[in-house]
Design a protein around this ligand. Sequence first.
Ligand code: ATP
Ligand code: MN
Length: 153
Amino acid sequence: MYDNILVPTDGSDTAEVAVAHAIDLAEKYDATVHALYVIDVDATSYSLGTEQVDRLRQGHLDEMPEVKASADAATGHVAEAAAERGISVEEHVRAGQPARAIRKFVDENEIGLVVMGSHGRSGLSRALLGSVAEKVLRETQVPVLVVDEHGED
Ligand code: ATP
Ligand code: MN
């Protein structure tokens, strides 16, 4: 049913719960897990100049070690957890607007299922869903499994 499962992660605790579900499903379906971290170029936390944003969009991360470290930590955690279970896993990093980049990744990589958190790092829990989760649900053509932070078992 699913050959390629995408777990978009911003490194948040809720995304970690999604990772556990993604790995479990990958095991059942003998699928590859794709861990995707999107560097949110509009996020003020990075406070990047336009030149840096351009470089990021072109995939140059080496000159921005802090940004690269966040990305590597998030996807690396997925890779480790999958490897422990003997599941094939790929790490991917993109720069852009998270929901748009996730959608594009789905279209370009034959993703059959997306597993993601209901919330992420900014975690304003008064909203039912975070904005990235909501946009992906609205605009993605494949099934999306949304888990919340209490959803591990
Ligand atoms: P908001 O960002 O709207 O203020 P939030 O941070 O609580 O709220 P979302 O950003 O929608 O919620 O996060 C929901 C899920 O979307 C996360 O658990 C994660 O799976 C995915 N996600 C969010 N941001 C990224 C990102 N930059 N890269 C990859 N996946 C992401
Ligand atoms: Mn967010």
